[in-house]
Design a binder for this molecule. Structure first.
Ligand SMILES: [Fe+2]
Length: 393
């Protein structure tokens, strides 16, 4: 197998690193920044700290504080239009995945005219270069600082889709675990499971390669060590930094290998039923891991053992699959992650929509040569996984 390593996004990582944002913008010759964030980041006082830092460097700021969860096209187009009308020369995104994806879309639209819809698609979409973009995650989950694209919700079609290419590329990711110190346990749990899903799915992806596997393995190990700790004690700075590194490495791992079934199901739950991204992606992770174990038992053994489960050397693929499922399930219970039943939907509602949606997503991706699932994706497989997650988790 040949492996390609491509890391387009420089990362500045470390506690306190966000204090360098103004200086980094100056280095890029920026004079007027569009700063993109949401109400939660404002309420936590983080937006004001970042804004003060940028202004202290002599750079003017224009605020877009209207980021929506699972950013819809109209909201991203509003942010882009503000950037154009205010003649900004750079964009700074501060927040969780929705803020960073909105910032990526706003950057794209500064040099690529709307509508945003014409730039959708993972590959083959050509966009013009745009202004510098600094992204500053405030959750340890999305890994968006490492990925070349963003996720946008097409509300008309009820799907989540991607923007990608040079037009929305990250100039610098500033990853500062101190920004996550005040996060509530429920958000730490949901975003942390997103990071673990990135790591576990990219590690077991049909596109995994030698480099993505190294990043994915280390992200799994870090999440196993730190996710419960950050949920039990939000002020545990060492654990916060461990989870931030897990999220960043998860983002690096998935940049090449991409995610598969848990994220496909999570995207469908998010677009159709507005389930938060991390909760939706984690909802079926235990069953996905169990189902893929026969294809790659050693990788699933690594997952289970990272969480402290003991397996005999001659364990069967089925035993390994069950251990991986139990490891994920026990973690989800310890961090109080809502299960499928808590989503408030019946099993019939879920299985009437999710399997067809996932099959459609995978068929669309396969048409442009992207196959990530280690198992053939059929309606029956997804229905079985969703039904069992509903009954067992
Ligand atoms: Fe994700």
């Amino acid at each position: 197998m040949q492996s390609i390593w491509s890391s387009p996004n420089p990362i500045l990582f470390g506690r306190g690193a966000s204090a360098a944002v103004g200086e980094q913008l100056l280095r890029a010759n920026c004079k007027r920044a569009l700063v993109v964030y949401d109400a939660g980041v404002k309420a936590a006082g983080i937006a004001d700290r970042i804004l003060a830092n940028i202004r202290a460097a002599g750079i003017e700021t224009v605020c877009f504080d209207g980021v929506q969860p699972d950013p819809p096209i109209w909201s991203v187009e509003q942010a882009g239009a503000l950037g154009v009308s205010e003649r900004v020369d750079c964009v700074v995104g501060v927040g969780g995945g929705s803020s960073l994806d909105t910032a990526k879309g706003a950057k794209l639209l500064i040099t690529n005219p709307p509508p945003l819809r014409q730039y959708f698609g993972r590959e083959g979409v050509v966009t013009k270069p745009s202004v510098p973009l600094i992204v500053i995650p405030t959750t340890a989950g999305t890994g968006s600082e490492c990925t070349p694209g963003g996720v946008i919700t097409d509300t008309e079609r009820g799907i989540k889709t991607n923007i990608a290419g040079i037009g929305c590329a990250v100039t610098l990711g500033i990853v500062d675990a101190d920004l996550t110190l005040g996060l509530p346990a429920s958000i730490s749990a949901s975003t942390g499971m997103d990071a673990l899903c990135h790591a576990a799915e990219s590690y077991t992806s049909a596109r995994a390669n030698s480099f993505s596997e190294i990043a994915g393995r280390e992200a799994i190990r870090l999440a196993a060590r730190h996710l419960v700790r950050v949920c039990e004690n939000g002020s545990d700075a060492e654990a916060r930094e461990g989870m931030m590194l897990a999220a960043t490495l998860g983002g690096i791992a998935m940049s090449g290998a991409l995610c598969h079934l848990s994220h496909d199901i999570g995207r469908s739950l998010g677009a159709k039923f507005h389930v938060p991204h991390g909760n939706g992606c984690a909802a079926c992770l235990p069953q996905v891991l169990e189902r893929v174990a026969p294809v790659m038992p050693q990788k699933l053994r690594f997952f289970a053992e990272s969480f402290g489960l003991a397996l005999p050397p001659d364990a069967s693929a089925e035993e390994i699959g069950r251990a991986a499922k139990d490891a994920a399930l026990s973690l989800m219970k310890r961090i109080n992650l809502p299960n499928m039943k808590a989503l408030g939907l019946s099993k019939e509602e879920l299985t009437a929509v999710v399997p067809d949606e996932v099959v459609m997503q995978c068929e669309t991706a396969a048409k442009i040569g992207i196959v990530t699932s280690p198992l053939p994706v059929t309606r029956e497989l997804i229905e079985e996984i969703v039904s069992r997650a509903f009954d067992e988790n």
